[in-house]
Design a protein around this ligand. Structure first.
Ligand SMILES: Nc1ncnc2c1ncn2[C@@H]1O[C@H](COP(=O)(O)OP(=O)(O)O)[C@@H](O)[C@H]1O
Ligand SMILES: O=P(O)(O)OC[C@H](O)CO
Length: 497
């Protein structure tokens, strides 16, 4: 069987991509789904729509390639992380919409938990600060707010999952024998898993009042979990990776010290730290990078930025200044700079390196001179500045000097952004030939599990450079611009109680 399929269920869309032995794309299909904003700071997805879109893109990709299930050696799943679902074991009926990773409704739950020992209460076990971003508090919120949910959970009638778990359950039969599993990378984003034991942490479950009965089994990122039914009938579901970890694998960052940065809805830099669990002193989080079958887990330091491409979408959908995301580049290039303004998009508070849920977005430095072109430029630069903050933290935590940054994701086709990124970092930025590294990483995990590829070393040969941007800016200008950004960030603090 010549191909491997990957399902990439992202924040704004779902893709299915089919890869050949050289890691080349043979067929693909993509569908968007609705973003639901019931209140300021709340973000939901409809679980039924996520499953429907998944089935549609699987069918679409198979049809585009003229393929059927028997042509696929294995399927891998990669997903938006932390997004939380709870459904009935017997029927599959969700008891609430999916609460998306960007959603801030668990602010109070997190603050209450932080009353004992502060925001880092569970950091030693989980590598994470107490923040609205992670799945555990979202699950606690559902159990508290949906009538009857706690009793049903305790009786074993409900199942919890992040998107990987939800899709694997449905792909392998749903109420008719679907497997209830997650992988170590997704579990490491719940705030409920102990990084050292790779198992649920009983003390944290008790503190969040989460009954163990509704939790999935935690498995490696690359093994056969079960065979699929439906359109992929008989195909082994053999890889699960959170999308940012999948990009790490897709970029073949298999050696300690290798890093990648993915520019999608948010922006996420991961640095492979090998078997070492490094505790960040500079606002990063510690997470599982991947675990290939029975091999030991590989850990990573991560800088998570909540709003990157989402700010471009906001300019398009909420302000109507551009009609498509790619138009931002033409508009931004009408001017040479931002006219002295900065936009800090703290729409979900600020994630790394600040972890401030009390922050909200600002535009600073406004004068009558400023036009929508300056605004467009400031939107692009905001992603580059946030990345600089994360890279500085990574250098400080790891003591490693990064010689270049591997990038991927939807925003890396924006030349203006990528040049400014190299300028503000002072290191070259490199885009690989296959920029769909997230889907590729999930395909690699699945393919390794079934022997389609022999080992991770064999995958490194697939990686090649497409484009490199080298820094052009002089050091004093770079420093001056960055100092302005740091000042702008302080203006977002203490906005909500
Ligand atoms: N040319 C572009 N310039 C700037 N941003 C872009 C461009 N093309 C796409 N984007 C942004 O990239 C994001 C889509 O990237 P993608 O990797 O598909 O994201 P995700 O996996 O989070 O859904 C969107 O937020 C969109 O606004
Ligand atoms: O859907 P993406 O690509 O924006 O990724 C979302 C992240 O996994 C959130 O942690």
């Amino acid at each position: 069987m010549p191909y491997i399929a990957a399902i990439d269920q992202g924040t704004t869309s779902t893709r299915c991509m089919i890869f050949d032995h050289a890691g080349g794309i043979v067929a693909s299909a993509q569908r968007e789904h609705a973003q639901i904003y019931p209140q300021p700071g709340w973000v939901e997805h409809r679980p039924a729509e996520i499953w429907e879109r998944t089935q549609q893109v699987v069918r679409g990709a198979l049809a585009q390639g003229g393929l059927q299930a028997s042509d696929i050696a294995a399927v891998g799943i990669t997903n938006q992380r932390e997004t939380t679902l709870v459904w009935e074991r017997a029927t599959g009926r969700p008891i609430h919409n999916a609460i998306v990773w960007q959603d801030t409704r668990t602010d109070q739950i997190c603050n209450d938990l932080a009353q004992t020992d502060g925001q880092d209460r569970f950091r030693a076990q989980t590598g994470l600060p107490l923040a609205t971003y992670f799945a555990g508090p979202k699950l606690a919120w559902i159990l508290e707010h949906v009538p009857g949910a706690r009793a049903a959970a305790e009786a074993g009638d409900l199942l919890f999952g992040t998107v990987d778990t939800f899709l694997t359950w449905w792909l392998t039969g749903g109420p008719q024998g679907g497997v209830h599993v997650t992988d170590v990378t997704n579990a490491s984003r719940t705030l409920l898993m102990n990084l050292a034991t790779l198992d649920w942490d009983a003390e944290i479950l008790a503190a969040l009042r989460i009954p163990p009965a509704l939790l999935p089994a935690i498995r490696s990122s690359s093994e056969v979990y079960a065979l699929a039914v439906g359109d992929l009938a008989g195909v082994p579901v053999a890889g699960i990776l959170g999308d940012q970890q999948a990009a790490l694998v897709g970029q073949t960052c298999f050696a300690a010290g290798e890093a990648k940065n993915t520019y999608g809805t948010g922006c996420f830099m991961l640095l492979n730290t090998g078997p070492q669990i490094i505790a960040s002193q500079h606002g990063l989080i510690t997470t599982v990078g991947y675990k290939l079958g029975s091999q030991p887990a590989v850990y990573a330091l991560e800088g998570s930025i909540a709003i990157a491409g989402a700010l471009v979408q906001w300019l398009r959908d909420n302000l109507g200044i551009i009609k498509s995301a790619s138009e931002i580049e033409t508009l931004a290039n009408e001017v040479a700079d931002t006219g002295g303004i900065y936009i800090v998009p703290a729409f979900s508070g600020l994630f790394a390196p600040y972890w401030r849920s009390d922050a909200r977005g600002v535009i600073v430095g406004l004068t009558r001179y400023v036009t929508k072109a300056h605004l467009a430029r400031a939107v692009l630069e905001a992603t580059a500045y946030q990345t600089r903050e994360v890279l500085d933290a990574m250098r400080a935590d790891s003591g490693m000097a990064l010689r270049s940054l591997k990038v991927d994701g939807g925003m890396v086709f924006n030349q203006t952004l990528m040049q400014f990124q190299a300028d503000i970092l002072g290191v070259p930025v490199v885009r690989p030939k296959v920029a769909e590294t997230t889907a590729l990483g999930a395909a690699y995990a699945a393919g390794l599990a079934v022997g389609y590829w022999p080992n991770s070393a064999a995958l490194c040969a697939h990686w090649g450079v497409d484009q490199t941007w080298t820094p052009q800016l002089d050091e004093p200008t770079r420093t001056g611009l960055y100092q302005g950004w740091k000042k702008a960030v302080t203006r977002t603090f203490d906005w909500t109680p």
